[in-house]
Design a protein around this ligand. Structure first.
Ligand code: NAD
Ligand code: UDP
Length: 388
């Protein structure tokens, strides 16, 4: 831990706090725990059903932060310890969610329960006990851009007013109910509205975070290695899996959708600013993304192929990508966000935060990690399946 008094953005000393982090064992939670242990004096009550991604922070007991992190294995759906843990903390951060698109149209009930019903007690306990809440929502609450409804050749499609996503001005535009893809976005939107209303009517101190495709090491799982062999993770892990197995990357509906990707380590800096500057973060909804790292999914596939060849020393495939229909890949009821450019005005004004890492650089460090972590295991798994 860094020595010396930590100061907030207004020059006031930051008091050490206890944070109840729900979903601490996931991708974002693991990076946030790492940051809090390495750079701050804060304590973390880490709640999750799994702890594989934070094992390195929990053991051995001789770690310098051993007395500042405590893991509680629990499912917030049905565990009476939840309220007590929220009461013990100064701040609750809720990351728990089903948040892989392959689940939204195939397990819509689980998705809605996880993102809305299961989050309700967390909001209620924070409100009743006057505890601050940082709730993780998603950029997906914006749904589709206004521009996507314009004629294909309309020059207005190039006008930022028709596609930049702004926290306090852009509408939330989802597809029809049959397009069950939007079950996640809709559940997240309703929990945002509930939290906002708790703030307005009951004085809940809250911050809502809308992540725009945060990526980096430990995101999701590699099918058949550290996850279910049938599961479909988010695009970084899907493409990493293809690259590790030397198979073409699958472009859903031609890979024409656009995304902006931000490096997890940049994004975690923003979350730490929110944690340590409550006066600037309370009552706010923040986009957290990198508007400069925009690509189509096809361009992402091409860049990942190039970066992987560099970091692994292995030649790229002659045909690096193949097209696949969304129905074949995700099943009935899939739909997509066309474009996601975050407006950064509010987070700049309140917290002075800006992302730093370019897409190439973040892919280089992430794919170096993927290669180092999985290449041997994949080789063994592939050799075994050929032999059997
Ligand atoms: P993740 O799946 O890696 O982490 C979520 C964690 O919550 C998992 O460890 C899971 O075990 C845990 N969890 C889920 N249900 C639980 C329950 N009932 N009880 C206890 N633990 C439970 O996902 P992530 O990428 O770290 O995302 C964290 C949050 O950020 C989610 O709310 C997600 O919707 C939001 N988000 C993330 C991104 C991104 O780019 N990674 C984008 C948009 C939104
Ligand atoms: N995608 C793809 N191939 C894959 C996995 C995902 O073309 O193997 C596409 C998906 O259709 C979407 C984008 O990549 O357009 C990003 O998908 P992700 O799962 O990361 O989540 P999203 O950004 O949609 O929330």
């Amino acid at each position: 831990m860094a020595t010396g008094v930590r100061l907030d953005l207004d020059g006031r000393p930051i008091k050490p706090m206890t944070i109840c982090m729900i979903g601490a064992g996931g991708f974002i939670g693991s990076h946030l725990c790492e940051k809090l242990m390495a750079e701050t004096p804060h304590k973390v009550l880490a709640l999750d059903v799994y702890n594989d991604k934070i094992k390195h922070l929990l053991e051995p007991d001789s770690l310098p932060w051993a007395d500042r992190i405590q893991f509680h294995r629990l499912n917030i759906k049905n565990d009476s310890r939840l309220e007590g843990l929220i009461k013990m903390a100064d701040l609750t951060i809720n990351l728990a969610a089903i948040c892989t698109p392959a689940d939204y149209n195939t397990r819509p009930l689980d998705t809605i329960y996880s993102n809305f019903i299961d989050a309700l007690p967390v909001v209620k306990y924070c409100s009743e006990n006057n505890k601050r809440l940082i709730h993780f929502s998603t950029c997906e609450v914006y749904g589709k851009t206004i521009g996507s409804f314009l004629p294909k050749d309309s020059p207005l499609r190039q006008d930022p007013a028709y596609y930049v996503l702004t926290e306090d001005a852009s509408p939330c535009i989802f597809g029809s109910i049959e397009k069950q893809r939007w079950s996640y976005a809709c559940a997240k939107q309703l929990i945002e509205r509930l939290i906002y209303a708790e703030g307005a009517e009951n004085g809940l101190e809250f911050t809502i975070v809308r992540p725009f495709n945060w990526i980096g090491p430990r995101m999701d799982f590699i099918p058949g290695i550290d996850g279910p062999s049938e599961g479909v993770p988010r695009v970084l892990a899907c493409f990493s899996n293809n690259l590790l197995r030397h198979e073409p990357l699958k472009l859903v509906d031609g890979g024409q959708s656009q995304r902006t990707f931000v490096y997890i380590k940049d994004a975690i800096e923003a979350v730490l600013l929110m944690i340590e500057n409550p006066a600037r973060a309370n009552g706010q909804i923040f986009n957290v993304g990198n508007p400069h790292n925009e690509v189509t999914v096809k361009q992402l596939a091409e860049m990942m192929t190039e970066v992987y060849a560099k970091v692994s020393g292995e030649p790229s495939l002659e045909v690096p990508t193949i097209d696949v229909s969304s129905k074949e890949f995700y099943g009935e009821g899939y739909d997509d966000s066309d474009k996601r450019i975050p407006d950064m005005t509010i987070i700049n004004r309140q917290l002075g935060w800006n992302p730093k890492t370019s897409l190439w650089d973040l892919l280089e460090s992430t794919l170096t990690y993927q290669h180092r972590t999985y290449a041997e295991a994949i080789k063994k798994a592939m050799a075994k399946s050929v032999a059997s």
